[in-house]
Design a protein around this ligand. Structure first.
Ligand code: FAD
Length: 392
């Protein structure tokens, strides 16, 4: 039976493990973090995400779609909040019944890890940091970073560093992929990275009278020119609220409790009431804005056994709501090509790059285009007419 090694047990790595479990391959997953199912707090990016049709189809192929969708909150329309804090406009996402879903990132990740682990050919190695790939020896160099001595797969060694090999290595280790970094000097590998001027901070709206404080089944948007606020409902009746603004704006208008309060009161009066002064001031005093990066590279594979997927291959700004969805689709597309090529890995890798690079670059461009558009939204009364927006 062929063996696959997956670098990273984030969203795309965990889904890939489900795909290869179903295919009957032997699967090893190496993940830097502890097992998130055992952790109290998991640090990282957005608390919730919008799952679209692209992602749903990929989950369906491994039998997870219905379960996951039922764990989320359906969003049927976008609600654009005006600056007066009282009025808004509603823009349905599609035909009646069509919707995207607000999903909790951690829960989604945990469900996929548990699902993959049900298969006894799948093993997860947490607290294992990928260092590099050795293309000549066809090995992945991994370091155990946990406290005690480790269960090293098939090897007896005192060294925390181990070398593992497989027929196929899939790098799903995110935007700052160690696998990609170690192969960056590979001849004819193109790589482009761009940080945008905006950063983001996440806040939280608590339930009001034991119920949602805003309409739950809508994507709430407060576009205000070059900064904007969004809110997505969670199953526990809270909302995760994210403010996106240029780092300069954070420094100029949100760097002390008085200024940040004034900024929210002036620009998002209705959201301000629901978030509460103390929560806003507390979050801004504790949390620094996080950066957003867009990454293109080509090809998406190296030699005849390494392939990049998810953010490792195509990190994008979140203004199209497609980063995870596109990463999920990578798993589906790769699996379909493997089928077509009767599990011939070198042929699959070549066909995958041929198919996927163009698609990934297009969606990265669309996300960036939406970012540019968003900055001008406040001046565009035609916003509701624009079809280009997928989720936002
Ligand atoms: P990651 O989620 O980054 O997972 C990578 C995994 O690899 C992690 O578990 C990490 O610990 C591990 N890892 C990293 N380095 C190593 C190493 N050296 N060794 C071992 N393991 C390692 N997308 C959507 O589709 N819809 C949305 O609504 C949406 N909203 C977003 C909002 C924000 C604010 C942001 C920032 C992003 C959003 N995205 C959204 C994008 C989405 O978060 C990413 O596209 C998605 O997380 C990519 O998944 P991944 O598994 O490729 O990478």
């Amino acid at each position: 039976m062929p063996k696959v090694i997956i670098a990273g047990a984030g969203l795309v790595g965990a889904l890939n493990a489900c795909y290869f479990a179903k295919r009957g391959w032997q699967v090893e997953v190496y993940e830097y973090r502890k097992d998130i199912r055992t952790m109290k707090h998991v640090h990282g990016r957005s608390i919730n995400l919008a799952l679209s049709q692209r992602g749903k189809s990929a989950l369906e192929a491994v039998g997870l779609k219905d379960y996951i969708v039922n764990q989320g909150v359906p969003l049927y329309a976008r609600l654009v909040h005006n600056k007066d804090g009282k009025t808004f406009s509603r823009q349905p996402y599609g035909q009646p019944g069509e919707h995207i879903v607000s999903i909790n990132r951690r829960h989604l990740n945990e469900v996929m890890i548990t699902q993959a682990e049900k298969c006894d050919r799948v093993r997860f190695f947490f607290e294992h940091k990928i260092r590099s790939v050795d293309l000549d020896k066809k090995e992945l160099v991994v370091e155990y970073i946990g406290g005690s001595k480790i269960p090293q797969p098939g090897k007896k060694s005192e060294s925390p560093q181990l070398r593992v090999s497989a027929d196929l290595i899939i790098a799903c280790d995110g935007a700052y992929s160690a696998v990609r970094r170690s192969l960056q000097t590979h001849p004819r590998f193109d790589y482009h990275q761009e940080y945008i001027a905006h950063g983001y901070i996440e806040l939280n709206i608590l339930p009001k009278n034991n119920d949602y404080a805003l309409e739950p089944n809508a994507f709430h948007l407060w576009p205000r020119g070059h900064f904007t606020l969004i809110a997505l409902a969670n199953k526990d009746k809270t909302f995760t609220v994210t403010i996106f603004a240029p780092f300069e704006e954070f420094e100029k208008h949100m760097s002390n409790p008085h200024d940040v309060r004034q900024f929210f009161q002036e620009n998002f009066p209705d959201a301000y009431e629901l978030l509460g002064r103390d929560h806003i001031q507390d979050m801004f005093s504790r949390v620094k804005p996080q950066s957003l990066v867009s990454i293109k590279c080509s090809p998406h594979h190296f030699s005849d056994f390494v392939v990049l997927m998810g953010d490792a291959a195509h990190a994008m700004v979140p203004f199209y709501g497609q980063g995870m969805n596109c990463g999920f689709e990578d798993c589906l597309v790769f699996s379909e090509i493997l089928d077509q090529m009767s599990d011939d890995i070198p042929k699959t890798l070549a066909a995958y790059t041929e198919n996927r690079v163009k698609e990934a670059h297009t969606i990265i461009d669309l996300a960036m285009y939406n970012y540019d558009e968003l900055k001008d939204l406040v001046n565009h009364s035609s916003y509701k007419l624009r079809k280009v927006f997928d989720l936002w």
